[in-house]
Structures are given as structure tokens and as C-alpha cells.
Ligand binder design. Structure first.
Ligand code: AOF
Ligand code: ZN
Length: 361
């Protein structure tokens, strides 16, 4: 097998724990000797132990002279766990193949240097793009001090998320809704505004048999204290971590719900910049899925906080009096538009899922 093929195995291993390792990246590691895979590991749920340590622990064979394939540069810092580089050096592998460099300032090239200084041959950049795409959340936190943010909306053919009365169940079909549950499993946190909380009273969990434990933590942006103990997210807050994000702590506290206080914006709403920064510094969120409603999505868009837009579009039409997924943006010309490029189109029964990536200006 080629380096790329072994690295693909390591990437597949890493992918499994996406959404379950924050604040850490999900890393995959494969140890090969004499053409056979003798050890495999990926970052454990919760972010530790690291992939390399688990791969080394999982092998009963002698690793001396073998090759280690790892999707991220091994760490060299004394963090919560000891440096992986020390374990790799002790294992006596003679070659390490790395996909992506670790942008964490505590590592950032130091891991590779430590291995080379110990006489290990290091080859880097094998499937780098794929490895960076997999950990786009971790990279975004380290390079931009905010999570990677995806907004997902379920719309009609004409881009509406509810009727003029606020009715929205269901715009898309069952297959699409199941697809969304799988999507949630890959995110650290899912966030909604308080209008969506009141209108839909959603659970926001991953309700696929076998994947229930992969439900992301839930965040409700609520400046007016609308969340109460009767809402579904509050009733299940003892099972799935649930936070109210507010600029006003005076409201009634709900049992088992945690509160994240953030600064106010000029219009007395929450400051989304402060919110996204605190999601990283206080909770460690790397991948955030925003599931509406229109008001929150519009505010995120206006602040250039939408990296990816997922539109689950059905064949129904609600008309101009329906509620749009984006509100007024007061853009006077096409040159001022927010621009997204098509990433993927998925055909699902009667619906189409469109994935669009932001073209940052
Ligand atoms: C690795 N292998 O599987 C992961 C790494 O707080 P700690 O001690 O767990 O260290 C976290 C940092 O380690 C994280 O910011 C990133 O730089 C690196 N993650 N490194 O060698 C792994 N998950
Ligand atoms: Zn490590």
C-alpha cells in the first residue's frame, strides 16, 4: 500500500470521533511494519489520550523500524497528557508520516523537530488537505479564535422556513431530517435563537439508534429569559449539556441548565463576536452548528460568522408572506452580496441538500 492509502486509513479512524473530542482535534494513527498494519488508534472521546499513544498501546508487535502514519503532527508539549513525541521516540519507529502541521502554538513544528532530532525520518504533507478539512474546527479555533460555524436551514423551494403564522412542521421529509441527525453527531455544539425555541420547542439531539451518545451540547441564545422548565431542552438537560447564552443573568435560572454570560451588542442583543470567542475559551467548542432561526442566521451572516451554509430544500412553496431564512440585509448592489460557493449537492428523496462554503472577502 502507498503512503496515501495508509494515511486514508488513519483519516477514517479519526473521522469516527468527530464532534466528541473538543477542545482537541481528532487524530488518527496507524503503525505499519513489513507491509502490515500492527497498531491503530484515534484520539479518545473527550480528547485524550492522544491517537499515537493509543496506537502504540494497541499493538502487541515490536514497533522498532516501523512507520507511523499520523494525521496531525505529534504533540511535544507537556499539556494535560505528556508529549506524544516522547512515546514515538521510545517506540523506535524509524519513520513518521504526518498529514498536517499542528497550528497550536505549543506544538507548531516543534513536534516534527523533536522527532528529527531523535533521528527519525519525518515526511509531512501526505493528504494534508484532507486532514485540515477534517479538523477545520480545531484549525479555526487556533487561527481565528472562534469555532468553525455551519448554519443549517430547512427551507421551502422559495427559501422560507415557516408560514406567516410560524408553522414549520415539516418542511422537509423524514430522510432529510434523519440526515440532519447524523450531521449533528459531527458537531460539538448546536445553537438556536429563542424564537426557534418558542416556535419549535426542539430537542436538537441525535436520534439515530446507536448514535444517541453523539448528541452535541445545546446552546440557546436567549436575552429575554424565554427558556423555562417545560421546554424539551430543559427537560432533558440532565442528559445532554444545555446552555443558555445571555447578556442578562437576571432571568430565572432553569434546573440543570448552564449559563454563559456574554457582552451586549449596541442593540442590546448578545454580541456574537464575544459569544463565538467565549465558546472557545469557556467551553472549548471547535465545531458549531446553528439551526436557526432566521433572525440569528441573519445576524451571524452580517458579522461574517457563517463558514458553511447547509440548505435542506423541499419542493413546497410558501410564498412571499412566509418567513425567510435570511432577513433584510439592505444591500444596494450585487457587488455587496455575501458570496458562497457550491461544495456539494445531495439528493434525498423529495428534497435536495445544498452545501455552500463561504467565499471570504
Ligand atoms: C496529538 N495527538 O491525538 C491530539 C493532539 O491538552 P492536551 O495535553 O490533550 O493537548 C491538546 C493539544 O494536543 C491540542 O491543542 C493539539 O495541539 C494536540 N492534539 N496531538 O499528538 C492527538 N488530539
Ligand atoms: Zn499528543
Amino acid at each position: 500500500m502507498t503512503d496515501e492509502q495508509y494515511m486514508s486509513v488513519a483519516l477514517k479512524l479519526a473521522e469516527k470521533n468527530l464532534g466528541d473530542v473538543f477542545p482537541n482535534p481528532t487524530v488518527g494513527c496507524v503503525i505499519v511494519k513489513d507491509g502490515a498494519i500492527i497498531g491503530k488508534g484515534c484520539t479518545a472521546v473527550g480528547g485524550r489520550p492522544h491517537a499515537e499513544k493509543l496506537a502504540l498501546q494497541n499493538t502487541k508487535e515490536d514497533t522498532e523500524g516501523g512507520t507511523m502514519y499520523v494525521t496531525l503532527e505529534p504533540c511535544c508539549h507537556h499539556g494535560v497528557t505528556g508529549p506524544c513525541t516522547e512515546e514515538v521516540i521510545k517506540s523506535k519507529v524509524s519513520r513518521v508520516v504526518v498529514a498536517a502541521m499542528d497550528p497550536d502554538p505549543r506544538v507548531s513544528g516543534g513536534g516534527i523537530r523533536a522527532l528529527e532530532e531523535a533521528g527519525i525520518r519525518v515526511d509531512q504533507g501526505v493528504m494534508r488537505e484532507e486532514a485540515e478539512a477534517l479538523n477545520v474546527g480545531f484549525f479555526t479555533t487556533r487561527l481565528r479564535n472562534r469555532p468553525y460555524i455551519t448554519c443549517k436551514v430547512a427551507t421551502t423551494l422559495d427559501g422560507k422556513i415557516a408560514s406567516f403564522t410560524g408553522h414549520s412542521k415539516w418542511i422537509t421529509g423524514e430522510d432529510t431530517r434523519r440526515w440532519v441527525h447524523e450531521l449533528r453527531a459531527k458537531y460539538d455544539a448546536v445553537m438556536i435563537g429563542s424564537n426557534t425555541l418558542v416556535a419549535d420547542d426542539p430537542l436538537l439531539t441525535c436520534r439515530i439508534p446507536g448514535l444517541e451518545s453523539k448528541s452535541p451540547i445545546r446552546l440557546v441564545v436567549d436575552t429575554q429569559g424565554k427558556l423555562n422548565a417545560d421546554h424539551n431542552v430543559a427537560k432533558t438537560a440532565d442528559q445532554v449539556d444545555t446552555w443558555v447564552v445571555t447578556n442578562n443573568r437576571k432571568h430565572q435560572l432553569v434546573e440543570n441548565v448552564k449559563y454563559l454570560e456574554v457582552n451586549s451588542s449596541n442593540d442590546s442583543k448578545v454580541c456574537l463576536k464575544d459569544l463565538t470567542t467565549k465558546l472557545v475559551s469557556r467551553i472549548g467548542i471547535t465545531r458549531l452548528l446553528v439551526e436557526g432561526g432566521g433572525v440569528l442566521v441573519t445576524q451571524m451572516l452580517k458579522r461574517n460568522l457563517v463558514d458553511r451554509l447547509i440548505i435542506c430544500r423541499s419542493g413546497k412553496i410558501l410564498g412571499n408572506d412566509g418567513i425567510p431564512f435570511v432577513g433584510n440585509l439592505a444591500l444596494e448592489s450585487i457587488g455587496k452580496c455575501y458570496v458562497f460557493k457550491k461544495a456539494q449537492i445531495i439528493d434525498l428523496s423529495d428534497d435536495v441538500v445544498e452545501i455552500w462554503d463561504s467565499v471570504a472577502k
